[in-house]
Design a protein around this ligand. Sequence first.
Ligand SMILES: [Zn+2]
Length: 106
Amino acid sequence: MDLLELLRFQARRYRCSACGENMADCGINVLAQQGNRALVRVTCAACNDENLLQIIFQTEAAEEQRPLIDEGMPEMGTPISTDELLDLHAVLAGHDGPLTELFAPR
Ligand SMILES: [Zn+2]
């Protein structure tokens, strides 16, 4: 399961904050990914309400990983307000196994 599939899977648990529709069919764009962080734009399929989500994968293994993709990624210049933050870690509390399995290059 890659990041997009993971986000799609998790989106079903959410409703749009603007119109209340389930987010299962929402548009998901991964704008940037760096290390254990990702910037994702989610667009509601019903009302086109857009939200920027900064997702931080908090895993115990993060510190043990070699810095694999820390170089060559542009700095994100767009500030993200706190009410748009989604801590996917909490969402993924039921996930089996370390999240790094989902993102580490194989
Ligand atoms: Zn909506």
